[in-house]
Design a protein around this ligand. Structure first.
Ligand code: FMN
Length: 184
């Protein structure tokens, strides 16, 4: 069986690095499967004519993507609607537990939903990132705990990230990976 050779850009906007690690992981998982994968910080995103598929991730700040990601989606709106775009955010929602936390964690912030819809993204997924206790105010800590949070540090769920990447690979009909990336 022959596969179409996909050119995939994996582009990320990060403030503290956890989104970059996730983007790197996704890029590694998609690379070499009859694909050309380019990984880039959003400030150095490749020219859209060089790829047909985009995986775009941003840290979530104040219920929105980082400004660099928002600006990119506005500036490249017309190209993005003609490409397959998979979107992800990295925040705290998916790490919330308990009946209230789980419900809150599933809410897609309005601004993110609007951007997702405007570029007609194939899918959007929220992943848990890092939450360092140091520097978080008492008020924010209490709020977090009341919402079903309480865990701090690296909250990333690599199995969930791998499963989502597998969905992308499946949608693009990529051949199976020859080897599996080992990741913490
Ligand atoms: C100023 C600030 C605002 C944040 N706002 C949100 C938010 O609205 N929703 C959320 O789920 N996480 C929020 N977070 C948590 C970050 O998204 C999380 O720490 C993420 O892992 C950061 O990704 P990065 O390491 O790629 O910068 C916020 C963090 C900071 C520092």
């Amino acid at each position: 069986m022959t596969h179409e050779h996909r050119r995939i850009a994996v582009v990320y906007a990060t403030e503290q690095g956890s989104t970059r690690d996730i983007a790197e992981f996704i890029a590694n998982e998609l690379a070499g499967r009859e694909t050309t994968v380019e990984l880039a910080d959003i400030d150095h995103a490749p020219d859209s004519s060089r790829f047909d598929t985009l995986v775009l991730g941003s840290a979530m700040h104040n219920m929105d993507f980082l400004p660099a990601a928002v600006d990119y989606m506005h500036a490249h709106h017309d190209e993005l609607v003609h490409r397959q775009v998979w979107l992800f955010s990295v925040g705290l929602g998916p790490s919330l537990r308990g009946p209230i936390g789980r419900r809150v964690g599933r809410i897609v912030p309005k601004k993110i939903a609007a951007l997702r819809d405007s570029i007609v993204a194939r899918d959007y997924r929220a992943f848990a990132g890092r939450y360092d206790r140091a520097g978080v105010s008492l008020r924010a800590r209490v709020q977090y705990r009341l919402l079903g949070g309480g865990r701090y540090g690296d909250l990333r769920d690599w199995a969930a990230i791998r499963a989502w990447t597998d969905n992308i690979a499946h949608s693009l009909r990529l051949p199976p990976a020859r080897s599996t990336t080992i990741h913490p």
